[in-house]
Write a protein that binds this ligand. Structure first.
Ligand SMILES: NC(=O)c1ccc[n+]([C@@H]2O[C@H](COP(=O)([O-])OP(=O)(O)OC[C@H]3O[C@@H](n4cnc5c(N)ncnc54)[C@H](O)[C@@H]3O)[C@@H](O)[C@H]2O)c1
Length: 313
C-alpha cells in the first residue's frame, strides 16, 4: 500500500481515513474522491477528484492518471438511507462495488471495503456472533453487504485480487457527523449533551449494539491492509468490535461528566427494527488471531474524549 485512491472519502470514515493515510503515506500519495466537493477545511485545496462510483469510465480515467496501487472503497448509502430508496441503494452499493473491484482486477490494485454488522439478520445468533454464521438480513443494506462480502471473496478466489475487509460495528467520532446509519444515536447523544444537555433517542434504552471509536476503526483498517497475507484465512468481512452498548449505558457514562444530562425516548420503528435484527455482541477472535486486532477505546475512555473534543469545537 503506497498510492491510495479513496472513494466516498468525504464521509464519516473517509474523512478521518484520508487524514490518517496522508500522515502515514504522504499527502501526494493519497487521493480522496467523492460525488460532492469537500467543505472540510483540512481537505479543501488539497488533491481531490469528483467521482461517482457508478461511472466506470471516470474511475479508470482517475486511476490511469494517479497510478494507485490500492483502492479503499468507502462510497455507499447507509442502513437507514437504504430503506428510504432501496433501488438507489442497490445501484450505488452494488454498482459502485463491482466497478471498484473491476478496477482492482484491471489495474492490479490491493482492495479494501467495509462490510457491517448489518450483514447479519434476525436468525443470526445474537450473542458472540461467530465470524462464519447464518446471514439472512432483512434490510436492503444487509442484502448489499452480504452480496458484497461474497463478491470480494469471489474476486480473490477467481481473479487473485488482494481483497480485504472488516465488518464494522457502529462507529463513533466527533470529526464528521454520521451519514444515515442505525447507530447514529451514539454520536448525536454526545453532541446534544454538550449543546443542550438533553437527548431524545430513537433507539430504545436497552437495545445493545456493537460500537467502536473511529480511531480504532482507522487503525484496524490500516493494520489489516498491512497484514501478512499468509496469515489471513478469512480475508474479507472480519468481525471487529470494541464494546456492546445501549443508549442508557451511554447516558450513564455521560452523566459522570454532566450530572444533569437528561435522556428520553421516542423510538423510531424503522431504525429500532433494524437494530433488533442485528447482533448484541459479535465475536472478533478471528481478527485478533489473524492480524492482531486490538482496540484501545472502551466506553469510558471514548466518552471522555468525545465530550472534550466537542466542547472544544
Ligand atoms: N459509519 C459507520 O458506523 C459504519 C458502520 C459499518 C459499516 N460502514 C461502512 O463504511 C463505509 C463508509 O461509511 P461512512 O460512515 O463513511 O458513510 P457516509 O455516509 O458518512 O459516507 C459515504 C460517502 O459516500 C459518498 N457517496 C454517496 N454516493 C456516492 C456515489 N454514487 N459515488 C461516490 N461517492 C458517493 C457520500 O457523498 C459520502 O461522502 C460504507 O460502506 C458503510 O456501509 C460504516
Amino acid at each position: 500500500m503506497e498510492r491510495i485512491i479513496i472513494t466516498g472519502a468525504l464521509g464519516q470514515i473517509g474523512t478521518e481515513l484520508t487524514l490518517k493515510l496522508r500522515e502515514r503515506y504522504g499527502e501526494e500519495n493519497v487521493l480522496p474522491t467523492d460525488i460532492k466537493e469537500p467543505e472540510d477545511e483540512q481537505l479543501k485545496g488539497k488533491p481531490f477528484e469528483i467521482l461517482d462510483v457508478r461511472d466506470m469510465d471516470r474511475l479508470k480515467e482517475i486511476a490511469a492518471t494517479f497510478k494507485p496501487d490500492t483502492i479503499m472503497h468507502m462510497a455507499a448509502l447507509l442502513s437507514a438511507t437504504c430503506e428510504k430508496d432501496p433501488q438507489l441503494a442497490w445501484d450505488i452499493n452494488m454498482g459502485g462495488l463491482v466497478n471498484a473491484l473491476e478496477l482492482s482486477r484491471e489495474f492490479s490494485l490491493q482492495f479494501f471495503t467495509p462490510s457491517s454488522i448489518g450483514a447479519f439478520g434476525p436468525s443470526t445468533p445474537k450473542e458472540n456472533t461467530p465470524q462464519v454464521t447464518v446471514q439472512r438480513p432483512t434490510t436492503m443494506y444487509g442484502v448489499n453487504k452480504v452480496a458484497g462480502e461474497l463478491l470480494c471473496d469471489y474476486y480473490f478466489e477467481k481473479f487473485g485480487v488482494d481483497t480485504r475487509g472488516l465488518r464494522f460495528p457502529g462507529l463513533i467520532s466527533h470529526v464528521k457527523e454520521p451519514g444515515g446509519g442505525t447507530t447514529d444515536y451514539a454520536v448525536e447523544i454526545y453532541f446534544e449533551a454538550i449543546r443542550t444537555g438533553r437527548y431524545t433517542s430513537y433507539i430504545d434504552k436497552d437495545t445493545n449494539m456493537d460500537m467502536m471509536y473511529m480511531d480504532d476503526a482507522i487503525d484496524a483498517t490500516i493494520k489489516l491492509m498491512e497484514a501478512d497475507a499468509s496469515r489471513l484465512e478469512d480475508r474479507n468481512a472480519f468481525n471487529v468490535t470494541a464494546m456492546s452498548i445501549n443508549p442508557e449505558m451511554v447516558a450513564n457514562e455521560i452523566r459522570k461528566h454532566i450530572p444533569a444530562f437528561e435522556v428520553d425516548y421516542d423510538v423510531d420503528p424503522v431504525r429500532q427494527g433494524i437494530a433488533e435484527s442485528w447482533p448484541n455482541v459479535i465475536d472478533a477472535s478471528h481478527a485478533v488471531r489473524q492480524w492482531d486486532f486490538e482496540p484501545k477505546y472502551n466506553l469510558a475512555k471514548m466518552t471522555e474524549i468525545m465530550l472534550e473534543a466537542i466542547r472544544n469545537k
